[in-house]
Ligand binder design. Structure first.
Ligand code: PMP
Length: 459
């Protein structure tokens, strides 16, 4: 094995890692992931891990070491690596066509590089539509408590995790929060003892209340995650989405579904919203589009929205005046095309549903065995287990102990995640999102390891 001590030193001296508290840079050695194959990765010491979080942030949907994706990228880059602006590219056109086939009702793909950027595109379109169509009204964008839409100031303005964002204000105006839809913590919302569909209806009605309070003629869009990711792995109960759709239609509010995490297979459908038969106006996606083999994100919309931008040619600035430099890198759509072929040919949507069911069953067993597991939830291979101090009060488990479970799993060779570090009340859900190629043995190894870790940390 190569000696990577120089790499560790260089990393320690010069890399500012994401989401790491300052003291950790001084007190611990960085973990360098050197190699990946299938479901597994290896660190600088040669230690093997089963990766149950798909590269820490739910991204590597088709697994590591996919030679056909790497070859598709290399072949494309040798032919043409990049061209942006108004010109198209061969893989850009072909991937847009394939993607649209999976999204009935949608017709237009706008390429960019990150989930945050894709969301910003939709926010900008909503604002521009307000100016073009509604005389400068309908500029407000509603977002939901606990949801996350990205890291830019615009996306943080639409971020439902207040403590996380507090030090980055002031924020953009006209972003308005609506209540979350997490049945497990329904008691905190003051709506009485509701559950299942009745709770889902109530949480959706709460969105209507905000629209009426703000004035329907001021609200342009509603932006939601189909399964809330970092805010707690939350899949709303039946009936919620149908009611949300009804409300948006009633008040002429554009529906923006943020599929940055759920998109391209993670929940067992191509897109999370497709479980519910709803018809969004904007769908944004990033992580799973090319499974991390290239940086690509897409903002997808309907012909109805596209048409709103073609009605007035008298003003030369009245089109969507936006560009994304690396939206012109052909590696993204070349990788995305091959990524999609793999998901189809290997029936990874079916596998995700089957393995998700198996994992959910295993997590229920863990809940029966360990009192600290208060709730298990999610969809497909995007699942969470909320840890609580006390099942009756549902008081969140202390972050240190949640992280101790994560660390113990890593020590035993399984990487799992936990939601939203450092945000009290949101930081206590263990999070599982293995690659969609997981086998029954992989799933059982993950939950067996969590079982042992829970026993070790909590007895
Ligand atoms: N939306 C959701 C739901 C996300 O989880 C994330 C990233 N974790 C983003 C948007 C932002 O994506 P990116 O980090 O690519 O900007």
């Amino acid at each position: 094995q190569n000696d990577l001590s120089h790499v560790v030193d260089a990393d320690k001296a010069h890399v500012w890692h994401h989401l790491v508290q300052h003291k950790a840079f001084e007190t611990s050695d960085p973990r360098i992931i050197v190699e990946g194959k299938g479901m597994r990765v290896w660190d600088q010491n040669g230690k093997e891990y089963l990766d149950a979080v798909s590269g820490a942030v739910w991204t590597v949907n088709v697994g590591y070491g996919r030679e056909t994706i790497v070859k598709a990228i290399a072949d494309q880059l040798m032919k043409l690596n990049y061209f942006a602006g108004a010109a198209g590219s061969v893989p850009g056109a072909l991937f847009a066509e394939r993607l649209i086939q999976k999204m009935p009702g949608m017709t237009r793909v706008y390429y960019c590089n990150s989930g945050s950027e894709a969301n910003e595109k939709a926010f900008k379109m909503v604002r521009q539509i307000a100016h073009k169509r509604y005389g400068g009204k309908k500029t407000k964008i509603l977002y939901r408590d606990r949801d996350y839409h990205g890291t830019t100031i615009g996306c943080l303005s639409a971020g439902g995790q207040k403590q996380r964002n507090a030090q980055y204000g002031p924020f953009a105006p006209d972003f308005v929060e609506v209540p979350h839809c997490l049945e497990y913590h329904a008691a905190d919302q003051g709506w009485g003892h509701l559950s299942g569909e009745a709770y889902g209806q109530r949480a959706a009605d709460a969105i209507e209340e905000v629209i009426l309070r703000e004035g329907p003629d001021t609200v342009g869009a509603l932006c939601l995650e189909p399964v809330t990711a970092g805010g707690g792995v939350i899949a709303p109960p039946p009936g919620y989405w149908e009611r949300v759709q009804e409300i948006c239609t009633k008040y002429d509010v554009l529906l923006h579904i943020d599929e940055v995490v759920c998109g391209v297979g993670r929940t067992g459908e191509w897109f999370g919203y497709q479980h519910y038969g709803i018809k969004p106006d904007f769908v944004t996606m990033a992580k799973g589009v090319a499974s991390g083999y290239a940086a690509i994100a897409c903002m997808v919309t309907t012909e109805k929205v596209f048409d709103m931008f073609k009605d007035d040619t008298s003003d030369p600035l009245n089109y969507f005046r936006d560009i994304s430099t690396f939206g012109g890198c052909t590696a993204g759509p070349a990788a995305a095309l091959e990524n999609m072929r793999i998901i189809e040919d290997e029936d990874l949507l079916g596998n995700t549903t089957r393995m998700g069911d198996r994992m959910m069953g295993n997590l229920h067993e863990l809940m029966n065995k360990h009192a600290v597991v208060g709730d298990v939830r999610g969809k497909g291979l995007f699942l969470g287990a909320e840890l609580v101090q006390d099942r009756a009060t549902r008081e969140p488990m202390d972050e240190k102990r949640v992280q101790a479970v994560v660390a113990e799993c890593a020590a035993q060779g399984v990487m799992i995640g936990a939601t939203n570090r450092s945000v009290p009340g949101y930081n206590n859900t263990l999070c599982f999102s293995p690659a969609l190629i997981a086998t029954p043995d992989d799933i059982d190894q993950i939950t067996d390891t969590v079982d042992k870790a829970l026993t070790k940390v909590f007895g």
